[in-house]
Design a protein around this ligand. Structure first.
Ligand SMILES: Nc1ncnc2c1ncn2[C@@H]1O[C@H](COP(=O)(O)OP(=O)(O)OP(=O)(O)O)[C@@H](O)[C@H]1O
Ligand SMILES: O=C(O)c1ccc[n+]([C@@H]2O[C@H](COP(=O)([O-])O)[C@@H](O)[C@H]2O)c1
Length: 190
């Protein structure tokens, strides 16, 4: 099976992530999307980063109804920070029958040449890129292993949602209702 791996901090998961995953699973040749919750992005130091178990729980609740979506905690037991190439290799070893592609937002494409062994990721896996507002242009846009997906821009981020929560503003419709209830019940991001 051809599977898109969607790595992220998901702090928290929002409708932007879900639309990206759904567009990939329904308009491309990817048959499933697996959400890979990363304990620690090598480039991000974030005081408000929730524990990975809580971020995993939110992803699990958000994708529950979609048979094309899965979530994995494979990075929880791997060294930190979370380097994507190491996880890709581990997943490929575990599931040799599948063909894996990496899904990223357009903002990450400009940064991508700074990722560990990015040339190996391109060579052995390849990227599916969803456009993102204000993304820097990248020379990789024309790379044969990079597929730019044509889809609506979604001007939403986890940062914005955390800021709303801190200010006591509503986050309704920006994240699934079941995740919104969980965040309020657990008093996250206050
Ligand atoms: N609105 C969006 N449009 C396109 N891609 C997105 C969008 N939001 C997130 N992504 C992509 O999803 C992946 C995981 O993103 P992440 O969990 O860091 O969300 P984020 O909203 O960018 O978070 P933060 O605001 O905390 O940096 C990344 O590849 C990112 O580019
Ligand atoms: O492997 C790398 O060098 C690398 C550099 C930057 C980001 N990543 C991964 O990219 C994913 C997206 O990160 P984030 O925090 O924007 O959701 C997350 O899984 C990070 O671990 C990976």
């Amino acid at each position: 099976m051809k599977i898109g791996l969607f790595f992220g901090s998901f702090n928290p998961i929002h409708i932007g992530h879900l639309i990206v995953a759904n567009v990939m699973a329904t308009t491309t040749d990817l048959e499933q999307v697996w959400f890979v919750v990363s304990p620690q992005n090598p480039f991000k130091k974030n005081k408000s980063l929730l524990h990975e178990f809580d971020r995993y729980d939110m992803v699990e609740k958000a994708i529950m109804d979609n048979p094309k979506f899965r979530v994995t905690n494979i990075e929880f037991s791997m060294p930190k920070p979370s380097y994507t190439i190491d996880t890709l290799i581990r997943l490929q070893e575990k599931h040799p029958q599948h063909e894996f592609k990496l899904i990223i937002g357009g903002d990450n494409l400009a940064q991508f040449p700074n990722w560990k062994n990015h040339d190996k990721i391109l060579e052995y896996f390849g990227l599916y890129v969803y456009p993102r507002p204000n993304a820097e242009p990248s020379p990789l846009e024309n790379h044969p292993q990079v597929r730019l997906v044509n889809a609506p821009l979604l001007d939403i981020s986890a940062t914005f949602i955390r800021e709303c929560l801190k200010k006591g503003q509503s986050i309704s419709y920006m994240i699934p209702e079941v995740v919104e209830e969980f965040i309020h019940r657990k008093k996250f991001y206050l």
